[in-house]
Design a protein around this ligand. Structure first.
Ligand SMILES: [Zn+2]
Length: 135
């Protein structure tokens, strides 16, 4: 939930960059925008506005739907990066995500990197998957 005056400040930021809302219907338009977007977390909306200004995909003032899409993106991104950066406390792999185990290959044992079962191991597997997709 965001307060009306804070919401208007953010919309003003958008009006600096994009074609401003027509003055004679500005109040009604902003009221509609507020009605639809007021349940958004203030920080998320701030980031969404920054992101809209940053990528500049429209010349006109962004539609409610477009702001909503950006909010969704920001939300997903912040969640994702948070979990990727959080250090993992794992005694087995020290948070590195992989452990070295001897695996048999052609009758001989070779030390092999194995993804750990913890969150760091999951990230390790995700990185490997991304790497393989690039090839
Ligand atoms: Zn681990």
């Amino acid at each position: 939930m965001i307060e009306a005056y804070k919401f208007e400040c953010l919309m003003k930021d958008l009006e600096i960059i994009f074609t401003p809302i027509e003055l004679n219907k500005r109040d009604q338009v902003l009221e509609k925008y507020y009605e639809h977007l007021k349940n958004t977390d203030e920080d998320i909306l701030k980031k969404a506005v920054e992101s809209l200004i940053d990528c500049h995909p429209y010349k006109r003032f962004p539609l409610i739907q477009e702001i909503r899409e950006t909010i969704k993106e920001v939300y997903n991104r912040s969640d994702f990066s948070k979990s990727e950066d959080d250090p993992v406390d794992c005694k087995k792999c020290d948070g590195i995500g992989e452990t070295i185990e001897d695996r048999e290959h052609l009758g001989r044992l070779y030390p092999t990197a194995i993804p750990c079962e913890c969150e760091a191991g999951e990230r390790w597997k995700r990185r490997l998957k991304k790497y393989k997709m690039r090839k």
